[in-house]
Design a binder for this molecule. Structure first.
Ligand SMILES: *[C@@H]1O[C@H](CO)[C@@H](O)[C@H](O)[C@H]1NC(C)=O
Length: 300
């Protein structure tokens, strides 16, 4: 009896010491609330509107023109996507390739920044005539424009390598005002962990949706793998990822919010995310995501 108590105590102490070294503490509550826009003087009375990809309906997505349009339309912030060129420049682009949004073709990771700059980012937009010649902006240009327009930011980081990490760390160093107005979100908990290990002052969010590993997209449900055993392995991976994010990853990474696709928002999802130090629950993939209509209950 005595031994088992000693043994349990020993295990608890070792686990405690281990966690102390592993867990990254979250950003202080008052700061996190301010960055997420949950607390705010005059804004408190209004819905928080974040234009998804800068508001891709009204102007070409992830461009400076879209940010200006979003501001005109009354958005309080923008969400945009960060990708890297072959020569390591962080630019704003959602897809792996430039095909869907520009007049070019090919993978962004195979193109130099010079090549990317030649492209017209308005090419396939319904109102392309209004935005002819709009370029793919760099992350820095995007940040400068948002600061100028007084727009809050959600960075959606598409990559999770060293270059992406360096790009995000550098931009926070160069523009310290970002600590007050920007949230960094990623589907990759390892990226968020590395980022917050390097700089725990950055307010981060984990992006979550069901079946991220096995399905390409939540809306049209395209399987990522054709071979059955790979697909099954993907589903096992998803099960483990879902469990991990809900049970310990949010805690270990010290994130302040989760970014969730609007189609998954439900009472069950909402209650499963009621955790200490998680203050925001945003909706992904709305052209305009409105925090307050999604429920003030989500916010604490
Ligand atoms: C794309 O459009 C731009 C601007 O009109 C042009 O300069 C460029 O040559 C075009 N690129 C391709 C690959 O068509």
């Amino acid at each position: 009896m005595m031994e088992s108590i000693f043994f349990s105590a020993f295990v608890l102490i070792i686990t405690g010491i281990g966690l102390h070294y592993i867990v990254i503490p979250p950003v202080e509550k008052s700061i996190a609330l301010q960055v997420l826009g949950v607390l705010g003087e005059e804004e408190d009375k209004h819905p928080r509107i974040y234009a998804h990809r800068g508001g891709g309906h009204d102007a070409p997505e992830n461009t400076l023109a879209a940010f200006r349009k979003a501001k005109d339309n009354g958005a309080t912030g923008v969400e945009f996507d960060i990708s890297l060129t072959k020569d390591g420049i962080a630019v704003l682009l959602h897809d792996d390739t430039v095909d869907r949004t520009t007049n070019g073709s090919g993978s962004i990771g195979d193109m130099t920044f010079h090549e990317v700059r030649e492209l017209d980012a308005s090419k396939h937009h319904p109102q392309s005539s209004l935005y002819e010649g709009e370029k793919i902006p760099t992350l820095e240009e995007g940040v400068q424009e948002c600061i100028k327009l007084n727009l809050r930011m959600i960075f959606d980081v598409k990559e999770y390598d060293e270059k992406a990490l360096a790009a995000v760390l550098d931009i926070f160093e160069k523009y310290p005002e970002l600590y007050k107005v920007a949230v960094v979100a990623s589907f990759y908990p390892n990226f968020i962990y590395q980022l917050r290990s390097a700089n725990p002052k950055i307010v981060c969010a984990l992006t979550w949706r069901p079946n991220f590993i096995s399905y390409d997209d939540i809306v049209n449900g395209q399987p990522r793998f054709r071979i059955p055993w790979k697909m099954n392995l993907g589903k096992v991976g998803d099960y483990f990822l879902d469990w991990s994010i809900h049970s310990w990853l949010w805690y270990v990474t010290g994130v302040s919010a989760v970014l969730i696709h609007k189609d998954c928002i439900s009472q069950i999802v909402q209650s499963s995310w009621m955790k200490p130090n998680l203050f925001g629950l945003c909706s992904e993939t709305l052209e305009y995501s409105n925090y307050q209509t999604l429920g003030k209950d989500f916010m604490r």
